[in-house]
Ligand binder design. Structure first.
Ligand code: FMN
Length: 181
């Protein structure tokens, strides 16, 4: 199946990218086709609230670097997103990206996305262990992104400290998550 991945950190070799790349290695080893987007290298506008998606029952019409993404998302079996924690929240560009998924909610509030797609979030933070405020945001983020139809998996939370202490274990867990998609 097709696996879409959106890397949200501006640090191409940062913690979230390292863990997510390992997860995607697992997905490739399982025979999946992996398509990777790097949000920091893309032009992604905010939702304009124009209502086009509702009046036309269609994907977002903004002609930016998400143009191909919508079609790929409809075809994909899984979406993997990663983001660093900025002030206990998902970083700004990934919030902007998430807002655009408003187009997947039809005017009758039913999801326009075929159900059953898996949604996996990889979140990196400076704090050495998960903490409630951030964890609530990670879960809220995935719930919004899921457009009411994706199957949200347990978020994978990581940090530089976790990589330093239990790096192999963490990366292996990520790999297995990708392999079992
Ligand atoms: C603007 C900014 C705000 C941050 N705020 C937090 C925070 O509130 N809590 C936290 O645990 N880490 C915070 N961090 C640390 C990052 O989440 C951490 O360095 C993370 O590993 C970066 O992910 P990356 O390596 O994937 O880019 C912040 C970092 C930056 C640059």
């Amino acid at each position: 199946m097709k696996v879409l991945a959106v890397l949200g950190s501006p640090r191409a070799n940062g913690v979230s990218a390292a863990v997510t790349k390992r997860l995607l290695e697992g997905a490739r080893d399982a025979g999946h086709e992996v398509i990777v987007y790097e949000i920091d290298k893309m032009k992604v506008n905010g939702c304009r609230g124009c209502g086009y998606c509702k009046s036309h029952n269609a994907d977002c019409c903004i002609p930016d670097d998400l143009k191909d993404y919508w079609k790929q998302l409809h075809e994909a079996g899984a979406l993997v997103v990663s983001a660093p924690n900025y002030f206990s929240q998902v970083c700004g560009p990934m919030l902007t990206f998430m807002n655009r998924h408003y187009c997947l909610i039809g005017k009758d509030h039913a999801s326009r996305l075929e159900s059953g797609k898996k949604l996996i979030g990889v979140f990196s933070q400076g704090a050495p262990a998960p903490y409630e405020a951030a964890e609530n945001h990670y879960r809220w983020y995935l719930q919004c992104l899921s457009a009411g139809s994706m199957q949200v998996e347990e978020p994978l939370i990581c940090s530089g400290a976790m990589l330093a202490q239990n790096g192999e274990e963490l990366l292996q867990k990520a790999y297995e998550m990708g392999k079992s998609l």
